[in-house]
Structure formats: structure tokens, C-alpha cells
Design a protein around this ligand. Structure first.
Ligand code: SAH
Length: 253
């Protein structure tokens, strides 16, 4: 059996209880070494066989999984954050299906959520946007034309931009040409939740590029754009309002 497991954003305490249990039971662990915090491997059995997939090709990863299956071993394939977001996990699942390797998936806390926690912000604000767009800027890896930042930005939602810190200049240009004002708040969170390593940079579209340049951050960073980052919500939510009834509470007025 292969368990595909979300390792969370970096803080070992942000593993799910299930992820921790699966790791502690695994005979073989293949982890995404470029991003997973190695501290998390302390939950593995002392005699677990541990592989860093950053140095492996897809075929090699599959070879290890197939060999472990044959030997009746349990494997954990550990992905950063949640495996379903930029996890390159579909091709692995497809190949396992083809080869008759049984697998399941355990979700994890994605880094865009750890970034909101670091910023102490709500992405969906009452009276403001009710939508979060998770995306990346097309670069070496292309993005379909109708999902270009220029097009997505027209909705003026909260944007969580993955894998693009090196393209911040292009992002700024795209967003301004899509109608975002130069004063739009932008935050960059480097290594959200990693104990002792997290860095938060807060700025505006017109000064964030310079700030990030000065910080030397060039990877493992989340870019958040939108008015959710402004200081206060413009309106109170209905959820806790005295004149709004819902399933668990009657209106008081
Ligand atoms: N599946 C992962 C994303 C993998 S893609 C998830 O759900 O989070 C890798 C990108 O995720 C990085 O380039 C960066 O944009 C983001 N990322 C991963 N961990 C991060 C962290 N702790 N803080 C900020 N961004 C992070």
C-alpha cells in the first residue's frame, strides 16, 4: 500500500494526526526534499528506508514503490502542503493505477493557508471579495492563455500566487495592466510556518519588487495580492450579526 500524504507547509506540528501516524508506520518514505521540512522525518521509524525524490526521476520513484509493494512494505509518499496543489502527483497516481499499486491520499495544510495564518488575515472579507484564486505566473512552465494573470486579475479577487517569486516584476506589470492600482496591498510570505525561518514582507504593488529584491528571497514564497490585506474589514459578517438567523441561532432583533 502506498499512502500519498500532505506534509503541511513546514511546521512539523502542522502535520495532520493521520499523516503523523502513517509516517510512524511506514517502512519506506519518499519525500519531496526540495520543500518538505526534514524535521518531519523524525516521526519515521528508525529503520525506515528514506528517499529524497528531489534527486529522482518519476521512473525511479515508481520503481521504489513497486519494489516496496512486492516486498509487502508500506510506503509513504510525502508531498509538501497539500498534494493536490502543484504536487505533480497525478502522474504518479496514474502510473500506480496502471501498475496495479494500491494507494490512498491524505490531505495536508497548504502553504497558502499557512500564509494567511502568518499574516493574520482572512482572504474572504465581508463586503469585499468572496473568492480566492490560486494560481501561478506562467514562466518556464506555461499557463493556459485564458488563465493569464492579466485575465484572472480582472476579477479583483484575493490572489494567492504560487511558484512565482522570481517573476514578481512580471506579476506587477500584469496586475497593473489589468486595473489593479499601484497602491494595492501585496504580501510575500517566505517559508510560512517554518519555525524560526518565516519571513513576512508587506508592501504595495509599486514597492514590493524592490523590497523582495533587498530581502534576497528567491524561493519557497507565497505572494498574496488584494484588499483583504488592508487593515480592517469594511463590513461585519452576517454570521455573528444579531439580526441574522441561521441553523444554530435565532435572530435577536
Ligand atoms: N503542494 C504545495 C505547493 C507546492 S508548489 C502546497 O499545497 O503548499 C511549491 C510552491 O508552494 C513554492 O514555490 C511556494 O510558492 C509555495 N510554498 C510551499 N511551501 C511554502 C511555505 N512554507 N511558505 C510559502 N510558500 C510556500
Amino acid at each position: 500500500m502506498v499512502h500519498i500524504v500532505g506534509a503541511g507547509p513546514g511546521d512539523p506540528e502542522l502535520l495532520t494526526i493521520k499523516a503523523q501516524r502513517l509516517l510512524s508506520e511506514a517502512d519506506v518514505v519518499i519525500y519531496a526534499g526540495s520543500l518538505v521540512n526534514e524535521e518531519i522525518l523524525k516521526f519515521c521509524k528508525p529503520d525506515a528506508e528514506i528517499y529524497n525524490s528531489a534527486q529522482m526521476m518519476l521512473e525511479e520513484i515508481l520503481h521504489v514503490m513497486a519494489w516496496a509493494e512486492k516486498a509487502g512494505k508500506t510506503t509513504v509518499r510525502l508531498h509538501t502542503g497539500d498534494p493536490s496543489i502543484y504536487g505533480a502527483v497525478q502522474e504518479q497516481m496514474d502510473a500506480m493505477k496502471e501498475r496495479g499499486i494500491e494507494f490512498d491520499v491524505t490531505p495536508g495544510v497548504s502553504s497558502f493557508l499557512a500564509a494567511a495564518a502568518a499574516l493574520k488575515k482572512e482572504y474572504t472579507i465581508p463586503g469585499g471579495t468572496q473568492t480566492i484564486i490560486i494560481t501561478r505566473r506562467g514562466g518556464r512552465t506555461p499557463v493556459p492563455d485564458n488563465e493569464s494573470l492579466k485575465k484572472l486579475a480582472q476579477h479583483q479577487t484575493t490572489l494567492c500566487i504560487f511558484l512565482s517569486i522570481n517573476l514578481l516584476d512580471d506579476i506587477k506589470r500584469d496586475l497593473m495592466s489589468a486595473g489593479f492600482k499601484s497602491s494595492t496591498p501585496v504580501a510575500v510570505v517566505y517559508k510560512a510556518s517554518w519555525p524560526g525561518e518565516e519571513v513576512i514582507i508587506k508592501g504595495r504593488l509599486d514597492n514590493i519588487v524592490q523590497q523582495v529584491k533587498e530581502s534576497n528571497i528567491d524561493r519557497t514564497a507565497m505572494i498574496i495580492v488584494g484588499h483583504c490585506l488592508d487593515n480592517k474589514s469594511t463590513q461585519k459578517s452576517n454570521l455573528y450579526s444579531p439580526n441574522f438567523s441561521h441553523m444554530f441561532r435565532q435572530a435577536r432583533f
